[in-house]
Structure formats: C-alpha cells, structure tokens
Design a protein around this ligand. Structure first.
Ligand code: SF4
Ligand code: SF4
Length: 75
C-alpha cells in the first residue's frame, strides 16, 4: 500500500524527496501552502513502492503515514 503525505501536517523541509528510490514525491504545480503556512509535496500513489524511506527521513511526526489516504493529500 502506498504512503501518504498529510498536507496539513507537513512542514515542507523536503528531507523525504531525495531518499525516494522511485522519485514519486512531487511538488504540486503550482505549489500550495498548508494551514501551517508551509509548502508541501505529495506522493504519487501509482508509483510509490511502499519502501518506507520517506517516513524514516521525515522529521515531522505524523507528516507521512504508511497508508493510502488520497483525501489527506491536498493537490
Ligand atoms: S513529508 Fe516530512 S520530510 Fe517531506 S516535506 Fe513534509 S515534513 Fe518534510
Ligand atoms: S514509501 Fe518509498 S517509494 Fe513510496 S514515497 Fe516513500 S520513499 Fe518513495
């Protein structure tokens, strides 16, 4: 099951992007700002291979979850 970035918890540091082995963490075009005032990326669920590297790299508790919840990705 693909992972999900919870848009309104993410703080946009993007530590997750370089560790993804399949390059499936993207910025919305145009970029958007969440309720905390941060820009946030999202995970392409069709491409994610469920490896967990992004979750291990993310410094923000709850910003990435190991479930497919497309409704939490505001893109
Ligand atoms: S999901 Fe985590 S590592 Fe990725 S941009 Fe958001 S806060 Fe940063
Ligand atoms: S679980 Fe792995 S493949 Fe999926 S977005 Fe995170 S780093 Fe990329």
């Amino acid at each position: 099951m693909p992972y999900t970035i919870v848009s309104n918890i993410c703080e946009g540091a993007a530590d997750c992007i370089p560790v993804c082995p399949v390059d499936c963490i993207k910025w919305p075009e145009p970029r958007k700002t969440n309720s905390k005032g941060f820009e946030y990326p999202y995970i392409e669920h069709d491409t994610c291979i469920d490896c967990g590297a992004c979750l291990a790299a993310c410094p923000v508790e709850g910003a990435i979850i190991d479930e497919a919840k497309p409704e939490l990705q505001l893109i």
